[in-house]
Ligand binder design. Sequence first.
Ligand code: FRU
Length: 508
Amino acid sequence: MTEKKNDCVFSKVSRQHRPSVHFTPPTGFMNDPNGLVFDGAQYHLYYQHNPSAAYSADICWGHATSTDLLSWKDQPIALPNTVDGQAFSGCALLDHENSSGLFANCHGTNLVALYTRSLPTRQSQYLAISHNNGQSFEEYPGNPVLDIDNPNFRDPQVIYHAPSRKWVMVIAEVEKHRIGFYGSTDLIHWTHLSHFGPAGLPTVNYECPNLVQVRDESGDLRWVLFVSINPGSPMGGSVTQYFIGDFDGAVFTPSDGILRLFDFAKDSYAMQVYSNLPAGEAVTLAWMGNWQYCQELPTQDWRGAMSLPRDLSIRQDPNGYPRLVQKPRGVEKLRRALSCEHAVYLPKDTHRTVSLPKGKAIEVVIRLTADEPRQTETTQTGFQSNRFELAFANDEGEKLSVGYDLSSTQIWLDRSKLRGFDHPFFTGRFAAPINTAFYDNARSLDLHLFLDGCAFEVYANEHLETGTALVYPEKPLDMLRLSTEGLGFTIDSLETYTLDKTMRRDTL
Ligand code: FRU
């Protein structure tokens, strides 16, 4: 009897937190996106998956397809867990010219997967090909195609480097804290080219490298090397760092010594960029999760979500350093307007509350400008904090907030006042600096937010700062509250939307 009741409670919690737009697995556990490839008609999303339980074990490749990266159709398991090992992370690509010689023709949908088979004592790289457009794969009989007799050597990503007319694999030499580069003309025989690292954060494991070209604002393509590390994030646990530089077909050389992070919060990891997109397009999905707590999240029927698809580009910051811009892609078509306001003034120390529909994905786009701070007040009363806060809240006192501290020009993301998940590593508050030189007025800020079940995404400062966080309120957050402290703020524009559901998981 008690067991039955607990089951009901668990599945209610699982339903309450399930996003309606962000991709989640039908059941069981999901971590990294794998094999992101556009086959000319469909986007494939393979992912690390345990269909039988909501924790990491017996990992295989789950699979879903989409024509817009937002509405996904579940497909059968694409790569099973076998006696050769679990099917760990890897990539998929199109072998247009049949350079592997494994297909009957050139120019078909010659889909190849390269991934890690993981045994407790050995991780080696496998190749598999698909004859049915990625629905299932046949393993190459000569596997493994790359094996250096190492238990921690994984997550290959392969690109075609046209100038040197070869395939290049980037792969994590996990415990050496470096990325290996290998070259091949047939995807089967690989020779070592170079390695990169240790670089950036001192850490325990390097994982899931991705080498991609991203367009900058002058139209040039820049090489970017993404390296996911775990643990060792300054925020705790898992984080992705990236380096911008040059790649000559063998060696990656960063253009400066700057360490850049992909996200300022805790739940964006193991991102991959789609292969076979038109030149200059770089579309990414990241796993919304962190190894510190991903196997203990309160949704016991399923665990793991993907970020929204995001377009990547590069923009120079006012000091001349290139930075990654992440923009959610294609969500406009899902919008239903809730409100649209312009030039609304919110005097200092006041708030405004509007109600939100329950159980819907919400998008908020806001631009605001603070009043000029007044010097006299600061000197009379000691330090005067000047803040604006936007909070998703409920009557039970729960609150998820994003705010701007004008005095220090930083934003915060605060999930600490939600009560649905308590874990020593599930820390609550994150911050990011705002570069005011991007605005006409140095007291301005723009925010772009998505709250969708347990998935919360914050884009700020012209999409140069991204904060991705899992959030677990006990009760739905059905109010949006804007408040000021110390100063008045003009809300230059505020748009709120619900987003049409794209994920159909009603049966669960
Ligand atoms: C990253 C990772 C990869 C590995 C996979 C296993 O999250 O640890 O290095 O291939 O997950 O599921």
